[in-house]
Design a protein around this ligand. Structure first.
Ligand SMILES: Cc1cc2nc3c(=O)[nH]c(=O)nc-3n(C[C@H](O)[C@H](O)[C@H](O)COP(=O)(O)O)c2cc1C
Length: 251
């Protein structure tokens, strides 16, 4: 979970001074937003974050398809490209997933509130998730990235990593493309907690596994920057625990 759902007005330090902006005004067709894909990689990465509160306005097909086209540039194990993307727009289908999300959130959200009751920034995130749960049917487009077939890899010890590693890079590409064009997006899994039900809702054959969901829409608020642990806290030289860059400050 993020530390804050509403970022400060400007980014500093590791965010390389990017300013937060709102969704594009006026014409939101593919033709008018496609040049935004030329945004610097650094800015897209620094400001891509979970934007859960989005407008009900539908998104141009070409924008969604371009996001997926760029998602498909990602690597897969053995270049298997064993992926399928279901684009959900039907209200009844979204309502079925909303019911699943609400069930999971009743438990997960209650636990989240208890364990983070002293953290104001987490309360904001929980409110944003609550908004998404309550308004799921009104989110214009929900992409469901799926994997086809069982894990193609042996030994089993790296099987899971290679299996899910064949979809998540594409999901990150999708999130970055959405961010660049000005869409709000988030990566979520809770509505899929009941895989049997999720498959039935989407009419998926047994060999197709829904892995996560990416709700998309024009944002109601602002984008990034994100709040992340400093690089020196999470890097180790040669052996775990040798924190060579602990005191490093980013430029
Ligand atoms: C595997 C995975 C599953 C997630 N599932 C959910 C989810 O079900 N609901 C939700 O609101 N966010 C979900 N998230 C989003 C995270 O909470 C979010 O990426 C994190 O808080 C960072 O947010 P930020 O980028 O805005 O800082 C998930 C993220 C990942 C990577």
């Amino acid at each position: 979970m993020a530390r804050s759902d509403e970022p400060p007005a400007t980014g500093h330090g590791e965010d390389h001074g990017v300013t937060n902006e709102r969704a594009p005004e006026g014409d939101r067709s593919f033709g008018s937003v496609k040049d935004r894909l030329d945004m610097s990689l650094q800015e897209a990465m620094s400001t891509q974050r979970a934007v859960r509160k989005v407008l009900p306005e539908q998104i141009d097909d070409d924008i969604v398809l371009r996001c997926i086209e760029l998602a498909l540039k990602a690597p897969t194990g053995s270049n298997g490209q064993n992926w399928e993307f279901i684009i959900v727009r039907d209200r009844a289908t979204k309502a079925a997933f909303a019911a699943q999300y609400r069930k999971a959130w009743r438990i997960y959200g209650t636990i989240g509130e208890r364990v983070t009751s002293d953290q104001a920034d987490m309360a904001k995130v929980l409110r944003a998730v609550g908004w998404q749960v309550d308004n799921f049917e009104d989110i214009p487009t929900v992409v469901v990235p799926c994997l086809v077939g069982p894990s193609r890899f042996v030994p089993a010890s790296i099987g899971q990593s290679s299996h899910y590693g064949s979809i998540y890079p594409s999901v990150q590409n999708l999130l970055l493309a959405a961010r660049a064009m000005g869409l709000g997006a988030s990566l979520i899994t809770l509505p899929l907690w009941n895989q049997f039900r999720a498959r039935r809702i989407l009419g998926l054959p047994i060999k197709v596994q829904p892995v996560c969901m990416v709700p998309l829409g024009w944002p109601r608020g602002r984008y990034g920057p994100t709040t992340r642990r400093p690089v020196g806290d999470v890097t180790h030289l040669d052996r775990f625990g040798r924190r060579e860059w602990r005191d490093r400050t980013s430029d």
